[in-house]
Ligand binder design. Sequence first.
Ligand SMILES: [Zn+2]
Length: 123
Amino acid sequence: MHKGSCLCGDVTFTVNAAPEGPSVCHCGQCRNQSGHLWASAYAPEHDIAITGRVTWYEASTTAKRGFCPRCGSFLFWKAHGEDTMSFALGALDEPTGVRLEKHIFVADKGDYYDIADGLPQKE
Ligand SMILES: [Zn+2]
C-alpha cells in the first residue's frame, strides 16, 4: 500500500494497488498546473482512497484535475470514461518503491530544458 498527501496535509490518499505506468508528463496543461512537469502513476480508481476535500478542475472535456484547495498541490488526474486514476508521485511517502518508466507528451515539452535521463520518450 502507498500513502500520499498534499503539502499542507489536508488531503491524504492511499493506493491499494501496484502503481502502473510511472511517467513524467510534459504536456502544456501539466506544465501550467505544476509549474514544470508532472510525474504520476495510475491505479484502479476503486483502489485509491482519498480523505479531505479535493477541488476538481475540468481542464478539458476528456479529463479532470484534482488539487488541494488550501495549498494547491496537484494530486490527481482522471480521464472521464476510464476506471483508473493517476496520482502524483511527488506526493507519495518514501520509500515509494517506484521508478519512472517514460516521458509522455514530449512534443509539447517546454523549450527551457532537455530530457537527458535516457528513458523512453513518447510524442
Ligand atoms: Zn493541501
